[in-house]
Design a protein around this ligand. Structure first.
Ligand code: PMP
Length: 430
């Protein structure tokens, strides 16, 4: 594969953009090497500026659940842009979006649109603090909730990749209000609530962790957190920026049957446009300005073009059987990865939850942060590059979940597994 044009662009970018990228994980720091620059994307494929094609399992980190450049989404956007790009005044599509989200996710009795997952989570936490009159929030090691100050404490995703425990620039007075506990540890949560339950405004969790590889909740774990929060008067926030509309149409809360007080969304509901949302119980959401005193705003929130893209996307994923088909694809893929690894003598286990999956270079089943970080990241990095060389793009870090879309058909999965059989041999050779 040639990479001259990408290399030249990266050199120019590094001179002017911190690390050469506008979001850290894109820089390939964890896996080594340099990122490719994308010229266009279509279906399950990315095409780089040097003319290379990749089967894409990143999907713009989630939104592309129906594949890139879907004609239905594109048509909706094209129609919307014919009527102007932003109004700064309410538009009909915002109402349809609110109706759609509240119908698909019934715990969201009201919803507010924002422009990113980060905005959604930091707004939800402000609401939780404002509504409870408490200051402390509880999160889980390895979960990532965007780059709001309160969340940059023992976070996942790029924070984990770069090994930054708490970001410089977060005031100690604020980070002290974030307590981090271990995901899937029932006793630790109980003990914390026994100790300081009355101080906790909210517990925020990725119900399926997608920012420390892919970690499903243990049986009953989310329900346990629900009980603790209810008992101690804390709010339960599900950060469904990744899982929402993906692990089931109604998100992780539908899949696991646990109802949070507040939910945050991003990615999918913009169909690729910059969008996020938070929603929840009516009595809580009515405290948000201008209905109530807790302030949160956004010039571009509810943008008509973004709403059009998101509504088109949400329309497509409501097709009967859509999520079952994605899950079947993820299963064939992960079963195939496991078999190919076995044949090459490489220890590998996988997790899949709906359209999300994770590869663990270990011989154990992993469902904890400690387990995820104990895996062989060197083996992952070799695998990543061997796959990239063969035209398959996995997330460039051992700590990110992978995504399949409805554009990944049986032939693409087989092409991926064929590449994987070679790539595992490369890993085995060290
Ligand atoms: N929450 C979760 C679970 C996420 O995965 C992410 C981003 N990957 C965010 C929040 C932040 O979203 P954004 O990057 O859109 O700000």
């Amino acid at each position: 594969m040639k990479h001259e044009k990408s290399r030249a662009l990266f050199a120019r970018a590094q001179a002017l953009i911190p690390g050469g990228v506008n979001s850290p994980v894109r820089a390939f720091r964890s896996v080594g090497g340099e990122p490719f620059f994308v010229e266009r994307a279509d279906g399950a494929f990315l095409y780089d500026v040097d003319g290379n094609r990749y089967i894409d399992y990143v999907g713009s980190w989630g939104p592309m659940i129906v594949g890139h450049n879907h004609p239905g989404v594109r048509a909706a956007v094209a129609e919307a842009i014919g009527s102007g790009l932003s109004y700064g005044a309410p538009c009909p599509a915002e109402v349809t979006m609110a109706e759609t989200i509240t119908r698909l996710v019934p715990s969201c009795e009201m919803v507010r649109m924002v422009n990113s997952g980060t905005e959604a989570t930091l707004s939800a936490v402000r609401l939780a603090r404002g509504a409870t009159g408490r200051q402390r929030i509880v999160k889980f090691e390895g979960c990532y909730h965007g780059h709001g100050d309160s969340f940059l404490v023992k976070a996942g995703s790029g924070m984990l990749t770069l090994g930054v425990p708490t970001s410089p620039g977060v005031p100690a007075g604020l980070s002290e209000l974030t307590t981090t506990i271990s995901y899937n540890d029932f006793e630790e949560a109980t003990a914390l609530f026994d100790d300081i339950g009355g101080e906790i405004a909210a517990v925020i969790i990725e119900p399926v962790v997608g920012n420390a590889n892919c970690l499903p909740p243990r049986e009953g774990y989310l329900g346990h957190l629900r009980e603790l929060c209810t008992k101690h008067g804390a709010l339960l926030i599900f950060d469904e920026v990744m899982t929402g509309f993906r692990v089931a149409l109604g998100g992780a809360q539908a899949r696991y049957g646990v109802t949070p007080d507040l939910t945050t969304f991003g990615k999918i509901i913009g169909g690729g446009m910059p969008v996020g949302a938070y929603g929840g119980r009516r009595d809580l959401m009515e405290r948000i300005a201008p209905a109530g005193p807790i302030y949160q705003a956004g010039t571009l929130s509810g943008n008509p073009v973004a709403m059009a893209a998101g509504l088109a996307m949400l329309g497509l994923i409501q097709e009967p059987g859509f999520h079952d088909r994605l899950e079947a694809t993820a299963n064939v893929l992960c079963d195939g990865f496991e078999q190919a690894a076995r044949e090459a003598g490489v220890p590998l286990t996988t997790n899949r939850v709906g359209a999300m999956f994770g590869l663990f270079f270990t011989d154990r089943k992993v469902d904890t942060y400690a387990g995820a970080t104990a895996c062989d990241t060197g083996a992952f990095n070799r695998f990543f590059h061997a796959m990239l060389d063969r035209g398959v793009f996995l997330a460039p870090s051992a700590y990110e979940a992978g995504f399949v879309s409805s554009a990944h058909d049986a032939d693409m999965v087989e092409a991926t597994l064929s590449a994987a059989r070679d790539a595992f041999r490369v890993v085995a050779a060290g």
